[in-house]
Design a protein. Sequence first.
Length: 752
Amino acid sequence: MPDPMNPAASGHHVRLGSNSGQPMTRRDGAAKVTGTATYAADNRPEGLVHAVFAGASIARGRVTFLDVAAARAHPGVIEIMTPDNRPPLHVNPDEKFHAFAWRTEALQDDTVRYAGQPIAVVIADTLEAATEGARLLAPLYASDPARIGFDQGTRYDPPAVGIGAEADFAKGDLAAGLSAAAQVTETRITTPLQYHNAMEPHAIVAEWTEDRLTLDTPNQAIVMSRNAFAQYFDIPAENVTLRSPYLGGGFGSKAIIVGPQLLAILAARMVQRPVKLVLRRDQMFGPVQHRGATQQVVRLGMEATGRLTALDHHATASTSSFDDFIEPAANASHNLYASPSIRTRHTGVRIDTGTPGSMRAPGEASGSAALECAMDEAAEALGLDPLEFRLRNYAETDPASGKRFSAKALRDCYAQAAARFGWADRPLAPGQMRDEDGLLVGWGMGTCLFPAPMFPARARAVLRADGTAVVETAGADMGQGAWTALAQIAADGVGLPIDKVVFHSGSSDQPDGGVAGGSAHTASAGGALHAAGGDAIRQLAEIAAADPDSPLFGTGNTGVTARDGRLYRSDDDSRSDSYSDIMVRAGLTELTGTGSGARDPANEERRAMFSHGAVFAEVKIDPELFQIRVTRMVGAFAAGRIINPHLATSQLTGGMIWGLSFALHEEGVHDLRTGRAMNADLAGYHVPVNADAPSVEAILVDETDPYVNALGIKGVGEIGITGTVGAIANAVWHATGKRVSSFPIHIDALMG
Ligand code: MOS
């Protein structure tokens, strides 16, 4: 529908070619399953040595002694780096010099701020010698009691939450909304510390050649990180090459620079050799971020008709003692349900852990868990079906800003997922369903929402006279399929079949592909790739139009379309010229186009931009043992234009499984006395396996978003986890009549 405020914006701005929209299988799949894909730790430059850091075994205090002599005496040990001898950094690691700079630990002094913090680095000829050297350091400490858990932490009012988001928000008169309500419910939810635990641990191979630095390290924001590394070491950005062709998962933890990376680079400088540092699994529970724990209270006021009168969401979230990353959980209540009054607030709690960071739908994941449980409880109080209750509070405009949505096909998501799931047969009261084996059966649902941001991104497209193209952007494929979806867009940008396009990504030598985060990578880098192709085609068309030997001679630029390596007159398909012929006649071997992905600021100003979805879950629970199984999940998602339905579905089902993981499995447990992580391995830190997720379906709902960006692309990476956590908790209630108050849901919470 044309927008009277913005007549240019009707339909997708840009028509894409036939590569986009295809369910291509991932292009890096064969390399991954045959083991030829080189991850950072697979690099072994000439002269490589190994670094292992020793982690603090206390959570707060000072290191008073390290047996450096014993470590140094161990065969194969080359050097020990401590705060006494580590080379200087140009930027203090405690300085927040840009929005994505976390305060980090790089041996700046002898202070211990959390258990597992690096306190020294041993560099040796072999990994084994470095590991043993680190053990021989046998540190002594002056220790203070650990502050772990909400009760021992120090509460404060954070100035901002997440990365620069507002900590407090109010719309309308909450007190009036609550007093006008026929019913008020209050829902309390706690969520634990969660650790990203990507399959590939954080790893780095660092090599100095005079003042040039080459880094192999998995990274979600290659050029931004390259620039920051250059600042830490006071060298020009172009002196740093950061290569990250493959990531074994990122989930937000590989988007920023962390202390162990700086330590490896410092170690390489110290010993004048290339250094490899790979974190052990237990070392992933400290210096490389996590999701903060939350305590949330959601109060809802409702009219008897089911319309919300008030929505009050207060989230308390843990952060470290020395930096501020507050899980922006309450902000999940800004954009989902219509209410005349909304208030959201955050409180921070300082505890002795590493600093949390972005993890898989930061804010929305834990915040929507509380909100969706609260909505279910409110529906129960009103005697309404949970889906009907949500429809009665459907937001036609963005509740927080009042803006119209760029596109919102959430009604379709509800309808399609509910139909596929069979929701219409659900009894209203809990405890009504049993399966043939006598297991309790429950059905629950939740709404999914995730913002559609964009990061600045650039790309380059080089047409070659042989009829092929090389298209480049410094993007990151952490398993989500960027190499494939971005290559599809790149091929459409240059008007070639994908097998004629060489797609390069994953190195800082390429144009800045932006951040593979915020579910924004396909939109950001994809927009840049398409624009770069378009720029090359425009130049080619100009050459053809000016060439008397071309069938396109005299054709204006706007009158040409590009398809399968040829330019066609738009008004006369019989007149065409191949890229090769145009370039050969012009004496060109190559022709380069550049482009950037950006959003029209006018659309940003006027529209609220989100992906939407709905998840329905079935649980079966043993009536005596209370073991919980999620036997079925159906989600439907509307996320604008889908470039690759196969990979988008995979992202969405993966997200729903993350939601299952949040609901039933993941929990970082720290010893209250020592502050140490007690389950710092994948045996103790549970994530679901195939048997835990027998049936997970994601439906792609058609949605045309004319405002979100030129290609109409939103994100699918994180939305699947939102809504799903609540859907499972609500299904548990429906099976048992017991409301969940903390995640992950433990068996004992259902007993008695
Ligand atoms: Mo995501 S948590 O923005 O990688």
